[in-house]
Write a protein that binds this ligand. Structure first.
Ligand SMILES: [Fe+2]
Length: 283
């Protein structure tokens, strides 16, 4: 999980925070314009984040420069992590009851359905989340954002999908928070998600965002996904049917996993594997 913790991505060079937001936004827009022109000219639609997206400063030095080492699926996990009903307690899906009192902030339910590339529900899937509190502060020693910690909120939860692939968390809406990518850099509010597909090797980590966030166009991490449709698939929708009378607001975010697992079962790690990898993101 620490790999995905944004503050672990902080650039430490002395000039890392000297770029202005305007410079950063101009770089983002130029890269997006080049992408759109490329697609219009026949280039492939990209639905994954670029691993070396220059405005996301630390990605320039941090991204892999060689092809990933392809492991033989016969020698490693082929089957999904299996959790029984006693391994993950239903109360672990409620992030608002982990301490002695109520956490501060907007109480909300985040729910959705996990399905494979064919639209079939994935039951019994472990879904893990972690997030900042309402003030935009993580319980983490590297998070030095001078916003208050909440003694009643740790910001971590997990659940198993039900028979129809549904997950549901009760939590507090996270706040935006600053990071050191450039001067006055702020992350849009988000919740980190981890899911396993049909094997340990398919663990997917992503972020869910909230509709209408004014920080979207300014955020190099969100904008590292250059395709607009792919970005939109990371944004939850407000759902008044999920909202509960005099209790909390509700958001819905469905997650679509590819059918990559079936390909692995067929021991096909050639071109099709690469294709599946391209599609193996969240929606
Ligand atoms: Fe984060």
């Amino acid at each position: 999980m620490e790999e995905s913790f944004d503050h672990a991505h902080v650039v430490t060079s002395s000039d890392s925070a000297t770029s202005t937001q305007n410079e950063m936004t101009a770089q983002i827009e130029a890269l997006h314009r080049a992408y759109r022109e490329g697609v219009a000219a026949g280039a492939r639609v990209e639905d994954k984040p670029r691993i070396d997206f220059a405005p996301y400063r630390s990605s320039v030095l941090r991204h892999p420069t060689k092809d990933l080492r392809h492991a033989d699926p016969e020698t490693i996990e082929l089957t999904s992590p299996a959790f029984g009903t006693r391994d993950v307690h239903p109360l672990e899906a409620d992030l608002t009851i982990q301490h002695g009192g109520e956490p501060i902030g907007e109480r909300m339910i985040v729910t959705g359905r996990v399905v494979d590339g064919s639209g079939r529900p994935l039951a019994g899937q472990l879904v893990e989340i972690w997030q900042a509190n309402a003030s935009g502060r993580y319980v983490h020693k590297r998070d030095q954002h001078p916003a208050p910690l909440d003694p009643n909120f740790s910001g971590v939860g997990r659940c198993l999908t039900d028979a129809d692939g549904n997950y549901s968390f009760t939590t507090i809406r996270p706040g935006p928070y600053p990071w050191k990518n450039h001067h006055n850099a702020w992350r849009p509010a988000h919740i980190h998600f981890s899911l396993f597909g049909t094997a340990f090797t398919q663990r997917l980590v992503t972020q869910m965002y909230f509709p209408g966030d004014p920080l979207f166009p300014l955020d190099p991490i969100y904008q590292a996904i250059v395709d607009e449709d792919a970005r939109r698939r990371l944004v939850a929708t407000y759902d008044h049917d999920v909202t509960r009378h005099e209790w909390c607001t509700g958001y819905r975010w469905d997650i679509v996993l590819s059918g990559r697992g079936r390909t692995l079962f067929e021991n096909d790690l050639g071109a099709d594997h690469d294709d599946d990898h391209e599609n193996g993101d969240h929606r």
